[in-house]
Design a protein around this ligand. Structure first.
Ligand code: PMP
Length: 356
């Protein structure tokens, strides 16, 4: 039986993407070779990169002021690569301290320049998005995490600012239709809404990369990757191909408007159910709740494990909360079907009736 996959990342991918990826490992595009056996500079693979880049831009409705890169490593690499590429030592960057991932990004950025914390929600365990931010006008950029995977909060309206906006979209990229032009740099690890682990997508406005006064390692310099069309060295070919398949799937299904519609429907059902059951408690500020990762608790901690066990018996994986937060986390990425959320809600209602 196929599981209901609520994993937070790596996480559920569309079935057809898995099938096409498997096929490409055996015989890529009927060329008689595996995708894993061809050179990254062959026209076969360059076509993959070019199509993937074009699809990112098309889905985000971005023009040629922006460049799309597929780079090694997880989003954690971007925590240091962003400030390394954007900051000179005397420059200031503003950061929103909105969750543990954003906090890690802050720690890395401090190695490269001066930091200003524009807002923090640490005072209430990151259970809300603090919109009382202050952004010095001389900041090189403002960094936010659009969706806080661990804590279950999400920015639904973005800071209005004259400084360039930089966003870690690792856990909600391509989940909704946004005005992507308001961002100067977007990055995301692919392993949630856009493919397999091992690749980052970085979307950057080229004009942002003009003022660096210091040398940085060649392999970490965005400008070199732009010149080399993301094949500066051997890129994570398989992960990039899975991203291409996922991007094609998103487009075929109706694009970001359709993803947003589906994700709203799933999140509404989940939160309505949890809020209606006295056994559960969701501490996240209502207007800041994440549509990707719902984080909540069972009021009586003693029966939490029993609930998790019940989920397991019903074919559900990945519902245990993050190790530092505890509780329950239901991740509802693009590929998660509505029926999985329905199945979870049925289990929650049933459990509540028996134990509530
Ligand atoms: N940022 C966010 C919002 C994340 O959710 C994660 C991982 N879940 C990361 C950064 C770190 O990503 P990686 O493990 O790919 O380095």
């Amino acid at each position: 039986m196929k599981k209901h996959n609520f994993n937070s990342g790596p996480s559920i991918l569309p079935q057809e993407v898995l099938e096409q990826a498997s096929q490409a490992i055996l015989n890529f595009n009927n060329i008689g070779l595996s995708l894993l056996e061809i050179g990254h500079r062959t026209s076969w693979f360059l076509e993959v990169i070019d199509e993937a880049k074009a699809l990112v831009k098309e889905l985000m409705n971005l023009n040629d002021d922006y460049e799309v890169l597929f780079l090694h490593g997880g989003a954690t690499t971007q925590f240091m690569q962003v400030p390394m590429n954007l900051l000179n030592v005397h420059d200031t960057a503003a950061y929103c301290d909105d969750g543990i991932w954003g906090h890690k990004a802050i720690q890395e950025a401090a190695l490269f320049g001066k930091l200003h914390i524009a807002a923090s929600s640490k005072d209430r365990n990151y259970t809300y998005i603090n919109k009382e931010y202050s952004i010095p006008s001389h900041s090189k950029y403002l960094h936010i995490t659009t969706n806080n995977t661990v804590e279950g909060t999400q920015w639904h309206q973005f800071p209005k600012t004259t400084v360039p906006l930089v966003a870690d979209m690792s856990s909600d990229i391509f989940s909704r239709n946004l005005n992507f032009n308001q961002f100067s740099l977007i990055y995301a690890g692919a392993q949630k809404n856009m493919g397999a682990a091992g690749v980052n997508v970085v979307v950057v406005k080229k004009s942002l990369l003009q003022n660096l006064e210091k040398p940085i390692p060649a392999i970490l310099d965005y400008r070199n990757h732009i010149k080399a069309n993301s094949v500066l060295n051997t890129p994570p070919v398989f992960a990039i191909y899975v991203s291409l398949l996922t991007l094609r799937w998103i487009k075929k299904e109706g694009g970001l408007d359709e993803m947003e519609k589906r994700n709203n429907r799933k999140a509404n059902l989940l939160y309505q159910t949890i809020d209606s059951l006295p056994l559960f408690h969701c501490p996240i500020n209502k207007e800041d709740r994440s549509k990707m990762n719902a984080v909540f608790f069972i009021k009586d901690e003693a029966i939490q494990n029993e609930f998790l066990e019940t989920c397991k018996e019903n074919g559900m994986v990945g519902v245990k909360g993050y190790r530092t937060v505890g509780g329950i986390r239901v991740s509802m990425y693009n590929a998660l079907p509505y029926k999985s959320v329905e199945a979870f809600c049925d289990v929650a209602k049933d459990f509540s009736n028996k134990r509530g």
